[in-house]
Design a protein around this ligand. Structure first.
Ligand code: ZN
Length: 477
């Protein structure tokens, strides 16, 4: 399977100039190739054949286009082949029902990256620094916060400039070793994602949404300042940079949270069941809020899906229709409006938090879909004692979902952290102390490669009694 590591680059001023030259030449080439591609009738062959037809013109182009000869060969080829990817992405969106136009000419600010495919790149040491050595370009210092395991082959390196002006190297690897999924999954979990709380699971955890109101306020402040500057002036450009940094910061916080959460579920369980969120967002969120909700859920399931594949965990997407209405105990459906937070079954008297009930339904649908007969006691009973109402104080604040082993978790603070819920320190989880893998794609360049102990822990909010059942000493190995 393929996945990507992202490394922060630390280019000098002259490196930046070269990178920008590459980026802009690729952009011009892409625009030229797109025009040539549009001239070829669809009847001339498959999409790949038609794009390759354009790519094969490259040697002739180099005869009169001098800048192209300064670029490494696979970079120019990749710039042309990008048309194929874009067309595919476009038709994918069309199939999902979006209204899409055709591919456009790219302006400088829209074209942010270029790629080395298969060859022409290598990580190296130079004057005591790690550099990314790119053929016909430069040796650019890189913050290599995480090693790429030997079992993985690097397929492609994409150099990308963010709107903030920072450069990143996205290294796509192909891992041949994908672990087998357990034939009889033991540790299984159903997750219900929502709007009020981020997630609810069948092991009794509630994960709060990531509060970003401070960041949002700052963004609005900076945007107001931007609107008062003269468009295109030096001050405007400086302010635009600040706005971009605000956006970037929020995006990183969001993704960091989702990476840690999805990594926790994928690495600690044998089977993870979630709702098919494309359908869920259609059902639950009217109008505009749908976009926001579905975008956030989409990222979560995308991350969860590939991490499950990487960890050898079953990943099941179930039909979301009626998961909140159905009774997890007897299966009778009861209508309840969104503001009713308790599930109380008129048929069997079963009472539970609304989202917890939904999570249980998701898990049992997951079992059905996978054809798993769960030998243990029914999930209803195992989960019941942990659930309280949705106003419970045992809600994990989204901001406090941390990755253990991260630099913020120093020895002196360990005693102030608690594990929350029983399964965080599951005695059966014998693989727990041995987990050592890239926990996510390295969006935090400052994080060193860490040994994950328990996947996430919750910081104690006050000096009051510990909420969790276990002190962290048990998993601070
Ligand atoms: Zn019932």
């Amino acid at each position: 399977m393929h996945y990507t590591y992202k490394y922060h680059l630390d280019p000098t001023a002259s490196h930046r100039e070269q990178l920008d030259f590459y980026r802009d030449t690729c952009r011009q080439l892409y625009n030229h190739a797109l025009r040539e591609f549009n001239k070829i009738p669809e009847s001339a062959g498959t999409l790949t054949q038609r794009v390759r037809q354009v790519r094969d013109q490259l040697p002739d182009l180099k005869d009169w286009w001098d800048d192209l000869t300064d670029l490494y060969s696979t970079v120019t080829q990749a710039a042309v082949m990008r048309i194929e990817r874009s067309v595919k992405a476009l038709s994918g969106l069309k199939q999902q029902g979006y209204k899409m136009g055709s591919l456009n000419w790219k302006a400088p600010q829209d074209f942010r990256s270029f790629s080395y495919v298969q060859k022409g790149f290598e990580f190296d040491r130079k004057d005591g620094h790690t550099v990314l050595s790119l053929k016909k370009l430069a040796d650019i210092p890189v913050v290599k916060h995480r090693e790429i395991p030997d079992t993985e082959t690097v397929k492609e390196v994409t150099l990308k400039k963010e709107a903030t002006g920072e450069w990143f190297a996205c290294v796509t690897v192909d891992s041949k070793e994908t672990p087998e999924k357990p034939g009889n999954p033991e540790r299984c979990i159903g997750i219900d994602v929502g709007i009020l709380k981020y997630a609810h699971d069948t092991d009794g955890r509630t994960i709060g949404s990531l509060g970003l109101s401070d960041d949002r306020e700052r963004l609005q402040r900076e945007q107001r300042k931007l609107s008062r500057k003269e468009h295109g002036s030096h001050n405007w450009e400086q302010q635009r940079q600040k706005v971009a940094e605000c956006h970037q910061k929020m995006k990183r916080k969001r993704r960091d949270f989702l990476h840690k959460l999805s990594n926790y579920y994928a690495s600690q369980y044998d089977l993870v069941a979630v709702e098919d969120l494309h359908i869920k967002s259609m059902l639950e969120s009217p109008g505009n809020s749908r976009n926001t909700a579905s975008a956030a859920w989409d990222t979560f399931t995308t991350l969860l899906a590939y991490k499950c594949k990487r960890e050898g965990t079953h990943f099941v997407e179930v039909d979301p229709a009626g998961t909140t209405k159905e009774c997890a105990s007897c299966g009778v459906a009861t209508d309840k409006p969104l503001w009713v937070r308790e599930h109380s079954c008129p048929a069997c008297g079963f009472e539970m938090d609304r989202d917890a009930n939904a999570a249980l339904n998701i898990l049992s649908r997951g079992f059905e879909q996978r054809g798993v007969v769960h030998s243990e006691s029914p999930p209803v009973e195992t989960a019941l004692p942990l659930f309280t109402s949705s106003e419970s104080s045992d809600v994990v604040d989204g901001k406090r979902v941390v990755e253990s082993g991260s630099p913020s978790l120093t020895e002196s603070r360990v005693s102030g952290w608690v594990g929350w819920g029983s399964s965080l320190v599951d005695p059966r989880a014998d693989r727990l102390p041995h987990i050592s893998h890239p926990c996510h794609d390295g969006l935090e360049p400052h994080l060193p490669q860490t040994r994950l102990v328990a996947a996430f822990q919750v910081e104690e909010l006050s000096d009051g009694p510990r909420r969790g059942r276990f002190a962290t000493d048990e998993f601070a190995t």
